[in-house]
Every structure is written in C-alpha cells, then in structure tokens.
Design a protein around this ligand. Structure first.
Ligand SMILES: [Zn+2]
Length: 225
C-alpha cells in the first residue's frame, strides 16, 4: 500500500503486481496499480535502478488509445511514448508513468466527440469548451504516491508541458525539463500549434498555426481513405 500525502490524501492507490515487459528497445519492468476510488488501473514502466537518489529520466504519459495503439496522426501521443521508451532504453535507466486519463482527462467518448467538432472547424481547446469541459482536465496528483512507491524525488522529465512541471513541483518533486519535440505531422500541425498557443506547451517556432484549410484537407484525406 502506498501512503497518501497531504497533497494527495484522497488517493487510495494499491500496487497490485509487477512483471517483465520485453519491448523492441529494452525489457522494462511493468507495474500495475489500482486506484480504488475510480477503479482505474494505472501503469508504470521502469528500467534499471531508479531509486538510487539520482534524477530519473522520465515520461509521465496520459493514456491516448487512438494515438498510443491505433497509430492516430491527429496527435503526437504515440510518437512521444515510443520516443520516451527508446530514450530510456538508450540510457539504460528511467521511468514511464502511464496514467489512465484519456483525452486530456475527458474520456474516450468525449475525445471522439471533440474530434468530430474539430472536423467542423473547432480547434482542440474550443472543442473541449463546446462539450462543457476545461481545456485540459488532467490531474497529476496521482504522480505523488506513484513516484514515492519507487523512491523517486527528482526527474529529468521528457515533456513540453509547463502545467505538468508545475503540478509535479507542487507535489514536492524536483523537475528538470528535457525537451521532447517529436511526432509533428501534416495531420496534427494545428493541434500542436493550439497546444503551443492556448495551452502554453513549449514547442519550437515551426509549430506556428497552418492555414485551417490545409488541416481540413489533411483530415478529409484521412477520412476518404
Ligand atoms: Zn493523443
């Protein structure tokens, strides 16, 4: 049992089991945790000794079924996850937390509703607002007990998301950002530009918004296939 802290006292998280997970890049240790209040199953992948007190190369990844497993090019999630696993494998040491908060926290059904709204011209933030959700409903409080389970207090975090860094620092985790710009495609350039301009993600200047028509062309090219 992981003991909750004052900042995450409502979280009742239980480590259930661990096993080896061979991947094309390394054999990770896979750990499953049960969040009792929601029944959600959260995962962690570790490689090497992460509890030695040194900063740990890490990715904190929120579930994206379409991007992580269905090869969607609407977002950059699948590429970010793969790149993080490769990067960690190359160093021989690191940690991925895989949090079950699909669709920036709004769930799979609403994410697909939001995609449909985006095909009518809304951007990713406007679509969330039209459905009555915040632009980013993710909650990182769970990272507190998860990281404590592995005795990790300091991360070299693969991220472009300053909100994630702030949330972790508020949990008492020391965070050094490692730039993680991958997965830009002609299908997700507007999505990435919106993340940069409306959600404050730290993406390079090249992520300027492309003309909406080219996004629509790209999407209709996908849907016609
Ligand atoms: Zn995604």
């Amino acid at each position: 049992m992981v003991h909750p802290s004052s900042t995450s006292s409502s979280i009742n998280l239980e480590h259930v089991a661990s096993c080896a997970l061979p991947t094309p890049w390394a054999t990770f240790d896979l750990h499953v945790f049960l969040e009792k209040s929601s029944g959600k199953e959260h995962l962690a992948l570790t490689l090497g000794a992460v509890n030695d007190g040194q900063p740990v190369l890490a990715r904190i990844h929120s579930e994206c079924l379409t991007g992580d497993t269905l090869f969607s090019l609407r977002c950059d999630c699948g590429t970010q996850l793969e790149s993080a696993l490769k990067h960690i494998a190359k160093e021989g040491r690191g940690l991925v937390l895989y949090l079950r908060q699909e669709g920036r926290g709004i769930g799979l059904v609403n994410k697909i509703r939001a995609y449909a709204l985006q095909e009518s011209g809304a951007d990713t933030v406007e679509a969330n607002h039209q459905l009555g959700f915040a632009d980013d409903a993710r909650d990182y409080a769970l990272c507190g007990p998860l990281l404590r389970h592995f005795d990790v207090q300091s991360l070299r975090l693969l991220t472009n998301n300053p909100r994630k860094i702030t949330a972790l620092e508020e949990l008492g985790i020391h965070v050094e950002r490692v730039e993680h710009v991958v997965g830009s495609t002609r299908f997700n350039s507007n999505y990435l530009a919106t993340k940069a301009h409306k959600l404050g993600h730290l993406l390079p200047q090249g992520s300027a918004p492309v003309h909406e028509a080219s996004q629509k062309q790209a999407i209709s090219a996908i849907t016609k296939k």
